[in-house]
Design a protein around this ligand. Structure first.
Ligand code: GYE
Length: 320
């Protein structure tokens, strides 16, 4: 009798244990960490590294699995990466698009697959129903702020050379347009040369060397669409034998550490910030989309304006 009770108890226990294991397995299935694909357009400079870090850190913090792809400045690579995220059936996509055009078809494919796409730091020229939101700065405002500082520092008279960002990227188009608002309203401000340096330090330096060869001391101001190109231009000015920050005033956008360092060193006169720390907002937007909530189509970053004189006091607390 006792034995029978023991056997029965064991059977009951075994059934209970196996169902508990099965139950746990099921619960695990339901709680599978979400998978998010992040397509980064390139990884050429500190601004992009900071953005990538921000996304990776936030994914880890929230317990998501992140698939990361660096398109190495090729839009074809970037489109292929997004397609492969869709094929894998990821739960969401963060896309830092290289340029504004050409992403329509792949965004449509993501929409058809029910995968929300959040645009980080650059916009696309497509039907807004194809993406959840754009998270990033007001590039027209940034360019206009630089214009206003140049106007103030030069009393409205200056020969300006412009180092543009990647052709076809909206920070390039809009930073140019914002700056030109001020230039067009002030006939003493003249853009005498303007060319792309592709947001890249080496190219920025090369283009500045060509500008100096063509116009030399005739140049009063450099307006670079990002800090990296400004740092390249500063090197070119020094090698040419002029003093950046004094003989030629230099201005840029981003606010990376090297930009602040150039201000501390007296080489860069001022910069307008453009934050790359977009990870937390990126995942907030994806989570809102998963919950089926409406998200506004532009989540705008709040950026600051910094002058050379205040850089030394601030550089240590910069987060990127
Ligand atoms: O200013 C630049 C980067 O898209 C806002 O791209 C971004 C810009 C940023 O390569 O440094």
């Amino acid at each position: 009798m006792k034995r029978n009770i023991m056997v029965l108890l064991m059977v009951v226990l075994m059934v209970f244990a196996s169902s508990a294991v099965f139950g746990a397995g099921q619960a695990e299935g339901a709680d599978q960490p979400k998978v998010v694909g992040f397509s980064q357009c390139d990884s050429q400079q500190a601004w992009r590294w900071a953005e990538t870090e921000s996304v990776k850190e936030e994914a880890a913090l929230r317990g998501y699995t992140l698939q990361y792809n660096d398109a190495q400045s090729s839009q074809a690579n970037q489109i292929a990466a997004v397609r492969s995220f869709i094929a894998q059936g990821v739960d969401g996509i963060l896309l830092a698009p290289q340029v504004t055009t050409g992403f329509g078809p792949v965004l449509r494919e993501a929409k058809e697959a029910g995968i929300p796409v959040v645009l980080l730091d650059r916009k696309v020229d497509e039907d807004p129903s194809l993406f959840v939101t754009f998270i990033g700065s007001d590039f027209v405002w940034e360019g206009e702020q630089v214009g206003k500082i140049v106007l103030e520092d030069t009393n409205g008279t200056a020969n300006i050379v412009e180092l543009q960002g990647t052709p076809g990227a909206d920070p390039t188009i809009e930073r140019k347009a914002g700056f030109e608002k001020v230039v067009n309203a002030n006939p003493g401000l003249k853009i005498i040369l303007s060319q792309t340096g592709d947001f890249n330090r080496t190219k920025g330096k090369e283009v500045m060397e060509a500008f100096l060869k063509a116009e030399g001391k005739n140049i009063d101001v450099v307006y670079a669409h990002n800090d990296d190109m400004a740092v390249g231009a500063i090197q070119a000015i020094k090698e040419y034998g002029l003093d950046p920050g004094k003989d030629i005033l230099v201005y840029s956008i981003d606010g990376v550490r090297d930009g602040f360092q150039a201000m501390v060193d007296g080489d860069l006169n001022a910069l307008v910030e453009c934050t790359p720390l977009l990870g937390p907002q990126g995942f907030d937007a994806l989570e809102a989309a998963w919950r089926g909530e409406e998200v506004s189509k532009w989540i705008k970053s709040e950026d600051g304006i910094f002058r050379m004189e205040e850089a030394a006091a601030l550089i240590e607390n910069r987060k990127y």
